[in-house]
Design a protein around this ligand. Sequence first.
Ligand SMILES: [Zn+2]
Length: 124
Amino acid sequence: MDRPRVTEQEWETFLGVADRLEIPVRELLQKDVRFSVLEAAAHQFGRALARETTERLAGARAERAEVAYNCPTCGRRCPVAHKERDLETLDGPASLREPVCHCPACDRDFFPSASRDGTVATEL
Ligand SMILES: [Zn+2]
């Protein structure tokens, strides 16, 4: 299998993260257990990292949002606020920081991040 490999230094960093997340990867290095137990811990760790990555990517995207967007219904310019939104991702629950606008004329919220160039109104 030809794929980039994790260095020993990177692996040590991973083990430290797994320790902090209380996923017993380091402990399993010393145990004789069924393969399914090893695989389950690996998946738990991978999913935790995937959720963290998703949250950080969404947060970075939220930071790049404009200061205001046009309401998709009436076109009024609406200031952006940020809101945490719980989302069930492929890897489990994540809390995403997203830009959200409220149009006082339409009395509705919309997420400017729902599309690249425009907006999609979403009931909150
Ligand atoms: Zn509006």
